[in-house]
Write a protein that binds this ligand. Structure first.
Ligand SMILES: CC(C)[C@H](C(=O)O)[C@@H](O)C(=O)O
Ligand code: SF4
Length: 421
């Protein structure tokens, strides 16, 4: 079925039209079918309460609902353990999917399980649900009430967002990664610069699916409702997904803003405390003492990220005054990194390895920070108090920069290690 389209549409307009009842444009209200609803452990209790107490409903399509125990996994306190127990029981009773402790971070797991696909609408009880835009799914985060309504009815309603067009041009320099591009994009847009907008990223055939996840993941840090990467390159061929022709934005679609990022001019970037858009060249922050380095999260905990870190750490040691935590984003990644020797390289270099999941990303367990401590993290948020004490400071960077920093014990570029020998 091709819907009549009277004027050119953005990708967000395309998907929301196709999955809804009529052709819609930015500003319209859309009622759409939801292909997958994702609930994380921290929200599971409120979700269950909304379903049972407020809506008196069961999931309409249990196969379209997934619960992931990832944020504080394994449980850190009795109340966390109790909440996770209830989530397991709920999944067993209703037949929704459950991904239990150790399977990994919700967004990574859904992608691996094929529960986010081109043209789908995926709603998560987690703000980084924009990540699904890596495979051209309209992914968005919502609160427990909206998530429960979507699970109960199989639908959601939302205002169709305006779109910002981000075009990537040129070729990345060696040592510069998708994370640096994402941080630069957030700097240019600003922390609230795309509030309730869809960021449509035109990357051509650049970037793997994992790198596209990094780009789409960071979109919410500019306040975006969705972050859609236009399919190209590997995404079209390597994952067995058919990318339907109708997903692509039309020539002449209307954007509220146009941004072009010249990749050839980009150096490794770092976001300094305590807003994600406070982005600088790593070279300008070089030398700052770092207490903890964390490589992981839904932003940069994939195999390619662990490879980038291992390349820097092979045959080297983490600096004595610094701790390095490495947490693969999923069990699948962990297995691959075991098989190909990456974890051994990291362990020998002095890394502390953790259970696949969010780890200390939001400061709940497994590596929270003391007052005054400085952390370089490959995650996506450096707000005050995010990883522990409010007087700790967090800098966001790519896995290669994080690894070089761990070796030097201070903010460094991989190239600095060669000079230090
Ligand atoms: C716990 C969850 C709701 C939260 C989010 O919404 O993003 C967390 O994942 C985060 O990164 O802050
Ligand atoms: S890894 Fe961090 S950013 Fe990602 S879902 Fe977990 S807590 Fe949120």
């Amino acid at each position: 079925m091709t819907l009549p389209s009277s004027r050119p549409q953005t990708m967000a307009e395309k998907i929301l039209s196709r999955r809804g009842t009529q052709t819609v444009y930015a500003g319209d209200l859309a009622v759409v079918d939801v292909d997958q609803v994702m609930v994380v452990d921290s929200i599971a209790q409120s979700f269950i309460e909304r379903m049972q107490r407020d809506l008196n409903a069961v999931p309409k399509y249990p196969e379209r609902v997934s619960i992931v125990i990832d944020h504080v996994a394994p449980a850190s306190t009795v109340s966390v353990a109790q909440a996770q127990k209830e989530a397991r029981e709920y999944a067993a009773q209703t037949g929704v999917r459950l991904f239990d402790v150790g399977r990994g971070i919700c967004h990574q797991v859904l992608m691996e399980e094929g529960l986010a696909r081109p043209g789908w609408i995926v709603l998560g009880s987690d703000s980084h649900s924009t990540t699904y835009g890596a495979v051209a799914a309209f992914g968005s985060g919502m609160g427990a009430t909206d998530i429960a309504l979507a699970a109960a009815s199989g639908k959601t309603w939302l205002k169709v967002p305006e779109s910002v067009k981000v075009t990537l041009s040129g070729k990345l320099q060696p040592g510069v990664s998708a994370k640096d591009v994402a941080l630069e994009m957030i700097r240019q847009l600003g922390a609230d610069g795309a509030t309730y907008e869809s960021i449509e990223i035109h990357a051509g055939d650049r970037f793997t699916r994992g790198e596209r996840m990094t780009l789409a993941n960071l979109c919410v840090e500019a306040g975006a409702k969705a972050g859609l990467v236009v399919p190209g390159g590997e995404v079209l061929t390597a994952y067995g997904y058919e990318v339907p022709e109708w997903v692509y934005p039309d020539e002449g679609a209307r954007y509220v803003r146009d941004l072009v990022i010249d990749l050839s001019a980009l150096a490794p970037r770092m976001s300094a405390p305590s807003e994600v858009d406070n982005v600088h060249d790593v070279a300008d922050l070089r030398g700052l003492h770092v207490d903890q380095v964390f490589i992981g999260t839904c932003t940069n905990g994939r195999l390619e990220d662990l490879h980038a870190a291992a390349e820097v750490l092979r045959g080297r040691r983490v600096s004595p005054g610094t701790r390095l935590l490495v947490i693969p984003a999923s069990s699948e990644i962990m297995e691959q990194a075991m098989e190909d020797g990456t974890l051994l390289t990291l362990q020998r270099a002095g890394a502390v390895l953790g259970t696949p999941g969010c780890g200390p990303c939001m400061g709940r367990h497994q590596g929270v920070l003391a007052p005054g401590e400085v952390c370089v993290s490959t995650s996506n948020r450096n707000f005050i108090g995010r990883m522990g004490d409010k007087d700790a400071r967090i800098y966001l960077a790519s896995p290669a920069v994080a690894a070089a920093t761990a070796v030097m014990g201070r903010v460094a570029l991989p190239a600095d290690l060669l000079e230090a020998v």
